[in-house]
Design a protein around this ligand. Sequence first.
Ligand SMILES: CC(C)(COP(=O)(O)OP(=O)(O)OC[C@H]1O[C@@H](n2cnc3c(N)ncnc32)[C@H](O)[C@@H]1OP(=O)(O)O)[C@@H](O)C(=O)NCCC(=O)NCCS
Length: 169
Amino acid sequence: MTKTPKESLTILTDIVLPGESNPLGNLFGGELLARMDRACSIAARRHSHSIVVTASVNHVAFNNAIPVGSVVTIEAKVSRAFKSSMEIYVDVWIEDRESQKRSKVNEGIYTFVAVDKLGKPITVPQLEPETKLEKERYEGALRRKQLSLILSGKMNPADADELRALFIG
Ligand SMILES: CC(C)(COP(=O)(O)OP(=O)(O)OC[C@H]1O[C@@H](n2cnc3c(N)ncnc32)[C@H](O)[C@@H]1OP(=O)(O)O)[C@@H](O)C(=O)NCCC(=O)NCCS
């Protein structure tokens, strides 16, 4: 079975309360990570119809601070499925109160694994990207998986052919 990224699309919209802020009055990073993790886990579950666990936070960029009172929208979608693991891309937006114009403040890339009731990895459906952005993210996902496995000591860099090709052409 093959699925598309939009089938896993998960959108969480919430406000930033004072108790979730740092001393500068901006959203605490750990709170944002938790919200992103929740959205990604729902997207992974929608794709796999299984129990899913976070295997890795591959990348997070806190590009802009998010002030208390902001309305934050987190959008997560599966960007590639491998055997039991899925890469999830998550984009974070805030909206201007008056104009309602959205601006992107942050993004992250998570890896989730589908597991059975005993926590053993199980096979997930493959993913067929549709849009230009989905195809770009799909294309880069194998290299990011290899990098994540190398950094966690689970892969020998000599075996990461696709990642090496990025540097030596
Ligand atoms: C994630 C977990 C299921 C992986 O189990 P494992 O015994 O390493 O299983 P495998 O080696 O077969 O790996 C399963 C898949 O995860 C991928 N994977 C494992 N670690 C990874 C990492 N750091 N980065 C990217 N992918 C990773 C493997 O490449 C494999 O992918 P594939 O099947 O699509 O090819 C296991 O480590 C676990 O349960 N961890 C705890 C998860 C958890 O509790 N998370 C909550 C936050 S604490």
